[in-house]
Write a protein of this length. Sequence first.
Length: 273
Amino acid sequence: MINKQNYKIKENYSKDVLFDVLGNFNSSGEFVTQGGRNQIKKFKIINNGKEKEINIKKFGRKNILSQFIYKYFIGSKAKRSYEFANKLLEKNIKTPEPIAYFDDYTDRVTGEKINFYISEELKYDFTCREVFWNEEMPLDMKMKISNNKDEIIKQFTEFTFDLHEKGIKFEDFSPGNVLIKKEGDKYGFYLVDLNRMKFYEKLNFNTRMKNVSRMMEFRIFVEKFSREYAKLYKISYEKVFKKLYFYVTVHKYRVLFKDNTRFLREIFRKKKN
């Protein structure tokens, strides 16, 4: 069903158990993310006599040229997710525990070749989306955040600074891709959706500010973040705020333009096809 070179499984997980759950991906499991190109499902498995909850991300297929580039030059999204997760953990950056990746897994029914990334299910409290954006949320979650928002932002800033100091440029550093879990009197920040990431010796100031600009939109949060980051980076608050707010504004208008031209782009895409 799959070439041995096209997958990797952590030693403490059963290959047979994971192959079995992949074979039933379409007919079982609970959707975490549905629709779009990629799907994520949650499964319960028995591994070495213990029940575990895992997340399986199924990556949609790209066109032939993209598949060739991913396979032979940069590695599949599944493979990169697994390798980057392990690299983050080596650098003491949190992410749900990586379990395995599978490239070119052949679906038993359709014959389609699919790439999967498997990680442990993380029971988190909320994401950065609920902290930095006006999102609808349950009342108990809203109370947890509103009563501690300044402290969450302070600790998130420390986490971001640590990420940057370690030379990690997370290309998809956006609100939904940072899961937050209360751990004692601290908050743990866990990165997900890992397939686009770069590792450098160091990141310059401009790159740092551009990297975090997708995380927030409202001026008040840019101010709070900038104040804390300036202390850590040992430069003036004004310099941090000016640069970050510039990139936040650029991103805001880019998204606005994209939303307003989506209808036209859909028309051209249909004509092209």
